[in-house]
Design a protein around this ligand. Structure first.
Ligand SMILES: [Zn+2]
Ligand SMILES: [Zn+2]
Length: 251
């Protein structure tokens, strides 16, 4: 969940501005650590997005003659760290719950600008060596387009010869092309669907199950037929006619 200060950071405005802006759209008594729903962020964006865009100083003279308080606050986009991302994670069951765990052998390492994901950057653009975070949905796409499940706090270093780096990601990071805008900064009014899917083998037959729900849906993913899953094959609940069939993950 994004807080007031996360969103302020993302737009390069002060939290004071953010709190006042939220007050104007009817969210009273917000504090820097108050959580904001996606709907509130969308409302903030439609009310203030243009103003904030317009407030971005183009030159020092431009920045000097203004009447918007936030103009002085904006110091330009903060450079974010492009991070290492893993395509897969594993899970273990603990007290009946699945807990996501990083793989010891994660395979190819990809690059992702977490700022450009729905969740935003868990470390707010700073390096956080040794830390990691999992995506709540099926996962965003790395710079090369591969879908990834986990992001590390560590910077993706395209010159690290000792690591098993994705070649396409290396090229993009080295060329400075791995940066992505946050979804909140992209065009509003678009309809998104959940892109989650599972590749299963049901009695030997490979089936791709796709989630038919809208983006940002709560609860598990659900197919047209009503099969559901949350994390993957381990918590996949088939429709009744498949319940006696052998279901495994298809690679
Ligand atoms: Zn890659
Ligand atoms: Zn879904």
């Amino acid at each position: 969940m994004l807080t007031v200060s996360h969103v302020a950071d993302r737009y390069g405005v002060t939290t004071t501005f953010m709190v006042r802006a939220l007050d104007q759209i009817g969210c009273r008594n917000m504090r820097p650590d108050s959580a904001l729903s996606a709907a509130t962020i969308a409302r903030f964006e439609s009310a203030f997005g243009e103003k904030i865009g317009a407030a971005r100083p183009k030159s020092s003279t431009d920045a000097a003659d203004h009447d918007l308080p936030l103009r002085a606050a904006r110091t330009g986009p903060k450079p974010h760290v492009v991070r290492i991302a893993h395509e897969h994670h594993t899970g273990k069951r603990r007290n009946g719950y699945f807990e996501k765990v990083l793989l010891d052998e994660p395979g190819t390492l990809h690059a992702i600008d977490a700022h450009g994901t729905r969740e935003g950057d868990p470390w707010r653009g700073e390096e956080a060596p040794g830390q990691h975070s999992f995506f709540e949905h099926t996962g965003p796409h790395a710079a090369c387009g591969k879908q990834v499940k986990a992001v590390l706090g560590d910077r993706f270093n395209p010159e690290d010869m000792s690591a098993n780096l994705c070649r396409r990601c290396v090229e993009l990071v080295a060329a400075g092309k791995a940066f992505r805008d946050s979804p909140w900064e992209r065009d509003a009014g678009r309809t998104y669907f959940c892109e989650a899917y599972l590749r299963l083998r049901i009695d030997g037959r490979v089936v791709v199950e796709q989630c038919r729900l809208r983006d940002f849906h709560s609860g598990p993913h659900r197919t047209f037929d009503g099969a559901t899953w949350d994390i993957g094959v381990d918590d996949y609940v088939p429709v009744s006619e498949d319940s006696n069939r052998r279901i495994t993950e298809a690679s």
